[in-house]
Unconditional design. Sequence first.
Lengths: 132, 427
Amino acid sequence: MKKNKKKYLDHFLVFVLIVFASHSFSLFENIYFISKNNYNKRNIINYGYCNKEGFGFVYEIKKKYFYQENIQVINYGNYPTISGLFYNPNKLNSKEKVILINSNFQNIERDFTNIKILENFENKCFLISYND
Amino acid sequence: MIEILYLNLQFLIFIVYFNTYTQLIRSIKITKFLSIYDLISINILIQFIIFLIISFFKINIELFFYFNLIISLFFIFKFNFYKEYLNLSSLIFYIIGITIFLSIARFNDLGWDGLAHWIYKVNLFNVGGSLHDFDSLPFPSYPHLGSFIWSFFWKNSVLDYEYIGRLFIPFIYIVSIFALCRRVKNNNLFYLLSFLIIFFNYDLFLFSGYQEYICFSIILIMSRFYILGDVKKNFYLIFFVFIMGSTILIWTKDESLFFSIFISIALLIKMFRNKKFIYIYSILFFLIITLSYFIEIYFKGSFDFQSEFDLNLVLSRINFEYIFNFIYKFNYHFVVALFKYPLSLVSIISIYICIKKNILDKSLINGLIVYLVLNYLFLNIVYFSTPYSLEEMLANSTDRLIFQISGFIIFPLIEIFSFYNKKFNYF
């Protein structure tokens, strides 16, 4: 009888621990979030579309323009460049086109000459190409 | 939903993969007393050494992965040791593991270091590149083992998602803590302690592509074998765990080379009566460092650290004003870092209790104190000689360095609980 009581108590303690662990690591919230947002959507939420590292913008530009080349991304915000995520050592690095994140027209005028703006998202994210 | 199911499968894959040599280790008489988590820890060390060796050659890693998995599954079912996983401790192990996996899956973005250099190495290995190609990458001198394993599990996952490759990091983190906490015989206390240590040392940011948890876990595994008594009986076990652990540390991060030296010194202090051990270990450890040096030279053309040691810069800083300013700033950030990871603070208090109450062997305490002093001096030298902004360096890296170092000093806390549990049958 006593042994059974102790066993139940042990199981209850484990149950409390599991509930506490699930709560403190937001288990159910994470399950809901992952089921609702696929991998790509989560990438955009976490890295930002045209803010933070600018994953969404870079991803779309890469699909549209960069088939055979590695992209060059310059982030003007206090974030690392996201180009490493798309990097493939077997491809050549793009020398003609550059993606700018968290930028503006003043930055472009100051840092680049003789360029053409191919894409512009909300005057903050750009794809530029050297004219020659 | 498929992704969540796959994460569960990935957890099982890790369990199977890191059990390949369990039966082999078990067949050795001296390892009979080891818990299942100790055995997985040793498997992790063996597998990491194999990863290191295959990273030097161009081997088909998919074939290697499935070959290993099949062998492991064969042993698990042939010797029926899957039954050992059918208990409450495994349930807690699984739930904590899967909750951390899900947190990483949700916040799957890489941190600064992850994006700035580690991911380039991972992508290089992903397309079959080798160490010879490191020249074209940022920070080529950085060790590559963590990136190689990340790439290995990414490439061998059914879902081609980057974060799956780095899930091995939380896995080894949990295993190392469970292995150390299993020293406590009372099950409830074991569950509680394991959970609390995982909880207090949990930092989602460090799972975003940083290598700190790898070093922390490997150091923790080494500390678990550091406390083994009966040195003569456990001679080979301690020897191989420390040699494998040191090798892994050297190839994981720049600063880990120094951690491995300090841990080895602590071990030699513990083993001071066993001259044979001291000679063999010292020679082999020296050989490993030399070999690592030549391998780096062979593949990368040079053996560099993150920043060069500039003697002139150090000499120019030797003046009262700079030294006073340095001591104040360094110690301020040091204390802040201790509070950021409170377990390191609790561990230091535990060492004091162990000394006062005579809970640990004197040689263990001596080794531990030497380890702490050497690390403190090392950090002082690193920051005093840094060519970068001192304030920025201290703010960005002290906490991470202390986190890694703390892996070796947690065991006195566990020993205190184990001691009182045995003595008074508390809990």
